[in-house]
Design a protein around this ligand. Structure first.
Ligand SMILES: [Zn+2]
Length: 376
């Protein structure tokens, strides 16, 4: 990998970490403030509950005074009743007494009601006090944690800033400007190229661009998003030799009336699948697109067995497993069926993985080794 690109990857990591740490440092006081606000709410609720009790107590005293007043009145009326001269006067006093007693009962009812309310208010106060206590403990804990986390973050931030400076110093200034410009608008300035794609914008790269990125001899940017591209060979498919060892591939028979091949390129065309079929004194060739399975051109027939008839097609070809009746192939017409295409791709992956694994590629039990060895 180019040192410039390596430094840009380091720079992107540093930029991302710096952003995350700054966000976290900014978020901590906001969290504390949110708890403090909740705390203020609980304090207010406690205050309200206490005030409600005070108001209730005052009202109760007022009703009690009213009852005493009425009792005094009643006792005064009773004294007067002993001295009245007429029946009417007596009746009037009795009426006043009745009225006062009624008023006393009304006040007593109100006091009872206040007492019931007071009980639930006491509960409110107790609950609010407990809540306040818990919240105050929590906020102290949060504050301590926030202080500690902030200190740690600040320390990490200083380290990442130093890494960032080092990385920036290691990049060509023009390239750095391009990175900064793209990062400013897109958030990131460098992207991995994998499976022919730019992983940041997910757009397919032109084969030439992809090959240039893989070759890593010059800096290449994505045509679509302008991010600088890099390639990580460890992410290439097929990468896992364990899979190959588990699923050993059957090697295609050397002598066969039908032979399938893969070619990475063919003139102007891209990747291809080819099938050759030997007939009586002649052989045929059909070509299909590797991706979509579309048939390219007409079936070509030449004299002689295919290996002799189409030598130019076999130079950089990979022999694959696969055999279908010629009549069936004829019926496919202009497109490979999906399952056929899948089988060819799977065998191609296995063949490539096998080629990438140094041991066990050519097992001793193999009567005929691979096509390549045989042809060369
Ligand atoms: Zn892109």
């Amino acid at each position: 990998m180019l040192p410039d690109v390596q430094n840009l990857i380091a720079l992107q990591n540093a930029d991302r970490e710096i952003l995350r740490l700054k966000d976290e440092i900014a978020a901590l006081p906001r969290r504390v403030a949110a708890i403090e606000q909740k705390l203020a709410g609980t304090r207010k609720a406690l205050e309200d509950a206490k005030n409600a009790i005070k108001t209730g107590d005052a009202a109760r005293r007022k009703y009690e005074t009213a009852i005493q007043d009425q009792q005094q009145k009643i006792s005064k009326y009773r004294d007067q009743s002993l001295e009245v001269k007429t029946n009417e006067q007596y009746k009037a006093l009795m009426h006043e007494i009745q009225f006062a007693e009624q008023d006393i009962r009304l006040n007593e009812d109100k006091i009872l009601e206040l007492m019931v309310n007071a009980e639930s208010r006491e509960k409110d106060v107790k609950a609010a006090e407990a809540e306040l206590k818990a919240e105050m403990a929590e906020i102290e804990k949060e504050k301590a944690e926030a202080r500690q986390r902030t200190a740690e973050d600040e320390e990490q931030l200083a380290q990442w800033n130093a890494k960032r400076d080092t990385a920036r110093a290691g990049v060509n200034p023009d390239l750095l400007r391009q990175y900064d410009r793209v990062a400013k608008y897109r958030g990131t300035g460098i992207s991995e190229a994998r499976d022919q794609k730019c992983m940041a914008c997910q757009v397919m790269l032109r084969p030439q661009t992809y090959n240039e990125v893989r070759a890593a001899t010059q800096v290449v940017a994505c045509d679509s998003c302008q991010r600088i591209l890099y390639h990580d060979p460890s992410h290439d498919r097929p990468a896992d030799p364990a899979i190959v060892n588990k699923r050993r591939r059957a090697h295609p028979k050397f002598e066969s009336s039908q032979a399938w091949y893969y070619r990475p390129s063919h003139g102007d065309e891209g990747e291809l699948f080819l099938v050759f079929i030997n007939g009586k004194g002649e052989s045929s060739r059909r070509i299909y697109e590797c991706g979509a399975g579309r048939k390219l051109g007409d079936t070509l027939v030449r004299e002689g067995e295919y290996r002799l008839a189409f030598p130019e097609d076999l130079s950089d070809a990979i022999r694959l497993n696969g055999h279908w009746e010629e009549s069936e192939i004829e019926e496919w017409e202009n497109e490979l069926p999906t399952n056929t295409l899948d089988l060819l791709h799977r065998d191609l992956d296995l063949a490539r993985a096998e080629a990438a694994t140094p041991a066990r590629t050519h097992a001793k039990s193999e009567a005929v080794p691979s096509e390549h060895t045989a042809a060369s």
